[in-house]
Ligand binder design. Structure first.
Ligand code: GLN
Length: 538
């Protein structure tokens, strides 16, 4: 019997309060006291995973080592904790129903009527304990997506209630995150929505053990007393979560408020060692006191929504901090880029990233931006679709293949330099069928990337269907435009570089998924360094 403890994080009043960041911050504090912690997220929507969701709907789709397409909160978990998550760390209602229905079809329910309670809740409970039962973790933090009171959250809340009953109060607790709104006209912070949301939770048989209050203003002692009284928790279990400039401050704020202490006390645990956040603080110190400033352009078609490129933005923060550099990201909408105006729009940038993406919209803008970066020796980093567009740009503008394109954009193009992977051709389903997760890559010696990684063998995470078409190897690559990395098993081109340039790299994979606070990604580090050199030339 493992003695893993379970911490559940629910949300009330409104969505977007940052349950993921609170969960990751608590995990960080516990990890800093030597506890082995993992975090998982249960999402109440019916998509089997977020891989089929448009980024406008749900922000970036994050990808794990084992190829799960997940909620972007898993990115926060990995970046804060420097651990890998997996398929088991993100479960949706769609996934739960899918597996219950499959069991029903196999006859596993022995003629019973299959119902939300107990069949769906049992499936949820089983999945909630999957990681805990490995015995690898002292604690499992489970974030329940959505807001308490939502119809679709009900089976999750009921499962939490049952699990607490099964596990015992000393082995499980509930943290409820709510909002304390400030009414400017009254000049007051209001506790009523929180009282209601705690009550809603109680109607489902769960009493919150700890209440974390998102607020724009400091909560007075008096207000905390009032909340404690009405919400049935101790005064020290009312935790203020005040707005901060950076998410990386949240663990420190939670430490100040004693969130970790209350949690340990409730779970009847003592710290395994005195809390040590030295390296975290070092990162923050550098991040907050930059000596340099860079403007990096991020070209994409979802730029209106910052969450669409969450991992890229965070990777730049990590790499910037180490280089003591503040990075201002200039979002450039690929649909607004035109050949004639590119120079004016990209003027003043010190580096350019062309983002991943799908579909035809905005690709000509991306290609024009890449041509500008290549010709004007502006550091360029193309990620996934960004790499594919760099190949098309070179093929069109330097190799005389005017009609070069990807068959994703133009199925009938004359020169399909980017084409559907052979393994993808017979696949009809869209969900979970891309080339996903970690794949090995061999690097060419004496390349920018080999220098950056300080290695000739790497592994990176993927999420794509198209690839460089090897029938065009001889027509596209030359002394200047080279293959810097290939997959050892399939021979797929994974990295391209342009030599006659200070830093021009395109990667078929997604390096941004592997950058963490304590382990900034080598390619982002090298790209930021190159952009600093570019700036120094001004
Ligand atoms: N749409 C491209 C493909 O499927 C690139 C995907 C991406 O950028 N993640 O290959």
């Amino acid at each position: 019997m493992s003695n893993t403890k379970y911490i559940f994080v629910t949300g009330g009043v409104t969505s977007s309060l940052g349950k993921g960041i609170i969960a990751a911050s608590l995990a960080k504090l516990l990890q800093a006291q030597d506890f082995k912690v993992t975090i998982q997220k249960f999402d109440p929507y019916i998509n089997v995973d977020p891989g089929t969701l448009n980024p406008y709907e749900h922000g970036e789709c994050y990808v794990t080592e084992d190829g799960a397409e997940t909620d972007l909160d898993l990115g926060h978990y990995e970046r804060f904790l420097n651990i890998n998550t997996s398929q088991a760390n993100n479960v949706t209602t769609g996934r739960v129903y899918q597996s219950v229905i499959e069991k029903e079809r196999r006859g596993e329910f022995l003629g019973k009527t299959v119902q939300v309670i107990p069949h769906i809740t049992n499936e949820i409970k089983e999945r909630m304990q999957l990681l805990g039962k490995t015995g690898e973790y002292d604690m499992v933090i489970t974030e329940i997506g959505g807001t308490v009171g939502d119809i679709e959250s009900l089976p999750y809340i009921e499962s939490v209630r049952q699990l607490i009953w099964d596990l015992g109060k000393e082995n499980a607790l509930v943290i409820h995150l709510t909002l304390i709104p400030y009414l400017a006209a009254a000049g007051e912070l209001k506790t009523k929505p929180t009282q209601h949301s705690v009550k809603t939770l109680m109607e489902s048989g769960i009493s919150a053990d700890i209440i974390v209050c998102r607020t724009e203003h400091e909560l007075s002692g008096e207000l905390k007393e009032k909340l404690a009284l009405f919400c049935n928790v101790k005064r020290e279990a009312i935790i203020q979560s005040i707005d901060v400039d950076t998410i990386y401050d949240v663990p420190l704020k939670m430490l100040e408020e004693g969130l970790d202490k209350v949690v340990l006390q409730k779970l009847q645990l003592s710290p395994k060692k005195p809390l040590d956040l030295t390296s975290w603080n070092l990162f923050l110190e550098k991040f907050k006191n930059p000596k340099h400033k860079l403007k990096i352009g991020l070209v994409g078609k979802y730029v209106e929504l910052q969450d669409s490129y969450k991992s890229i933005v965070e990777s730049l923060i990590h790499a910037g901090a180490i280089n003591e550099t503040e990075i201002e990201i200039i979002s450039v909408h690929s649909e607004h880029l035109e050949e004639g105006t590119v120079a004016a729009q990209l003027k003043g940038l010190h580096g350019l990233i062309v983002a991943p993406g799908f579909g035809e919209r905005g690709i000509e803008g991306k290609i024009s931006a890449i041509a500008y970066a290549r010709e004007n020796k502006l550091p360029f980093f193309g990620i996934c679709l960004g790499m594919q567009m760099a190949v098309i740009e070179y093929a069109r503008n330097q190799k005389g293949l005017q009609d070069a394109n990807s068959t994703e954009m133009d199925p009938n193009c004359k020169h399909a330099v980017i084409d559907l992977m052979e393994s993808q051709k017979s696949i009809l389903n869209k969900g979970g069928t891309m080339r996903l997760g970690a794949w090995d890559c061999d690097l060419q010696p004496n390349t920018i990337v080999a220098q950056a990684y300080q290695s000739n063998k790497i592994s990176e995470r993927h999420r794509h269907r198209y690839e460089f078409n090897n029938a065009y190897l001889a027509q596209v690559f030359d002394e200047q435009f080279i293959i810097a990395g290939t997959n050892p098993e399939t021979g797929l081109v994974e990295i391209i570089e342009y030599k006659n340039h200070p830093w021009f790299v395109g990667v078929q994979f997604h390096p941004e998924y592997k950058s963490t606070v304590s382990n900034p990604h080598p390619l982002f580090l090298a790209f930021v360094k190159a952009s600093l050199t570019q700036k120094a030339k001004e």
